[in-house]
Design a protein around this ligand. Structure first.
Ligand SMILES: [Zn+2]
Length: 309
């Protein structure tokens, strides 16, 4: 079984608290280990997770407010310190290239690690990965901000009993899979007759935004959605003004978008009791709901049940 899970490094917006580190998230997805929005302290938080700098394959930054990027200098230098043997891809809003350049060279270090820097400069930009497509969508925030989603294409799963019923075995199975059909005894057997769709999985990461089309585009049918809920509905006007979401808004997006597991995070330090985020979101969303805590692991839920072909 391949591993697909989110590991939360930190959950505080703006300033860390005694309980919450600055933002930071790791996504383990088969052979990709993606670090999202490393705030201050991410390097040390990672020590508690069992994931090391040498495991990282990719870094995605949504925008260059400090709580989403001040961990970059430490993480980047750590890649060199640990002699990470292969290039690590880095994505961020192209308009923030100057910030990235400063963070990357914030202090003197012996640079051995190779970064494959690929900034995002268009809404809907797609990056092809071995595991599917990484897509960036523009969000609504005072500075240029992109959210990300990972989309695994649908696959197909052969049904051994149907193959057997048609007398198909060995190399013929591969041929049928490749060509989509197989001619046998004067009859054509199609792939659909002997297989079911294996639904691809989706992960979405929506950070620092007011409600906008990009939020919905990213959340659509996500198996796991990580989304900021800086505020509660009692501060809805303030949230809209400064380009943030409330727990209620995030939950309604999730409900309307067919999300399965909803992870709320990026909490304002003004709220002492995290249950308030849960209770507000629960009024709108009936699926799996997680009010993220630092160092929590959240599994990507099992694949949706395949539909008969
Ligand atoms: Zn921000």
């Amino acid at each position: 079984m391949s591993m697909r899970e989110l590991v939360v490094l930190g959950t505080a917006s703006q300033a860390p608290t005694r309980q919450r580190n600055h933002n930071g998230y790791l996504l383990r997805w088969d052979d990709e280990v993606i670090l999202f929005d490393p705030g201050e302290g991410s390097q040390r938080q990672m020590l508690h997770t069992g994931i090391t700098a040498t495991d990282l394959t990719r870094i995605c930054v949504t925008h260059f407010h400090g709580d989403h990027c001040l961990g970059l200098p430490g993480m980047i230098q750590r890649l060199s310190l640990d002699r990470v043997p292969r290039p690590v891809a880095v994505h961020f809003p192209a308009g923030g290239a100057e910030y990235f350049a400063r963070l990357r060279h914030a202090s003197s270090f012996y640079e051995t690690a190779e970064l494959a820097v690929e900034p995002i400069d268009a809404d809907g930009q797609r990056i092809t990965l071995g595991i599917g497509t990484l897509e960036a969508r523009r969000l609504r925030h005072p500075i240029e901000t992109y959210g990300y989603r990972l989309v695994e294409p649908d696959g197909c799963r052969m049904l051994p009993e149907r193959l057997a019923a048609y007398g198909i075995a060995g190399p013929d199975t591969g041929r049928l899979l490749r060509d989509g059909h197989l001619d046998r005894d004067g009859r054509r057997v199609t792939r659909d007759e002997v297989s079911v769709v294996r639904p691809g999985q989706r992960f979405a990461f929506v950070m620092d935004t007011g409600l906008c089309d990009g939020v919905y585009a990213l959340a659509e049918h996500a198996d796991l959605l990580v989304i900021e809920s800086t505020f509660l509905e009692s501060e809805a006007a303030l949230a809209a003004e400064v380009g943030h979401l409330t727990a209620g808004q995030a939950a309604r997006v999730a409900a309307e978008s067919g999300v399965r597991t909803l992870v709320l995070t990026h909490f304002s330090q003004r709220y002492a009791d995290p249950r308030r985020f849960h209770d507000e979101a629960r009024e709108h969303f009936t699926g799996d709901l997680v009010v993220a805590e630092d160092l929590q692991t959240v599994q990507v839920p099992p694949r949706r049940v395949p539909s008969p072909g």
